[in-house]
Design a binder for this molecule. Sequence first.
Ligand SMILES: Nc1ncnc2c1ncn2[C@@H]1O[C@H](COP(=O)(O)OP(=O)(O)O)[C@@H](O)[C@H]1O
Ligand SMILES: [Mg+2]
Length: 234
Amino acid sequence: MFNSTFHGTMTGHGQSSNRLNSLFYLENVTVDFGSVKALRNVQLTIDPGEIVFVTGASGAGKTTLLRVLSGDIEPTSGQVKLPQKNVFISRVFQDLRLIGRLSCEENLKLAFDPALYNSKGEFLQDMNELCRIMGIQNRLSLTVNEANGGLKQKVAIIRALLARPQVFVADEPTSSLDADNARKLYEVLNLYNVKKGLTVVWASHNRELVKKFTGRIIHLDSGKLVYSGHACFI
Ligand SMILES: Nc1ncnc2c1ncn2[C@@H]1O[C@H](COP(=O)(O)OP(=O)(O)O)[C@@H](O)[C@H]1O
Ligand SMILES: [Mg+2]
């Protein structure tokens, strides 16, 4: 699924490379909201094919960092290099953007884009596989309005993956999920990471949870990036 831009640039987990090969590159990024410094001089490189967990307490700047990475806000100062326009970034933020009166299945089927799939059958195969791994195939006929928070979150995540992104950015995707379901989500993202080279950026205030997964952890404290490395060293 990657275009030629990505060939030869997959550096695997946790390997920081230079600005040229990176997917995201932030240099001295500061974001102010009035007198609040949400991010302070953040230096960050994310390579294609990495899984990165952004941790930190509430208010540490996780959402702001993800908004910068997804091109939603520009820094007050500093430099940002974002992926090229042909790299599709799927995002799941707190606002899940599902259609409440439609069933979960109908919401998922809205993700079908004939330009991305050889056939509707191929799309349905992906959809069914994702629903099976996430354990929601028996609840697809519920409307989103009837669904609980965990089901809604899973539908939003599956829909984002059905858009066949190269990058998946999720803000607290497990806030309504217990540890078992959080692991299922991790397994799905890991599968897409291994099979398709999906780059994952996942923000969570629950560091103990994401420490159990394989990937790089970056930790924010009052807007400062204070740690970047493998979970076992934190
Ligand atoms: N749009 C905004 N306007 C004003 N202040 C904001 C805005 N977004 C975030 N902040 C502030 O910036 C800081 C970091 O927030 P945020 O990035 O949401 O942290 P986190 O996601 O880690 O909880 C907090 O003090 C928050 O109140
Ligand atoms: Mg947040």
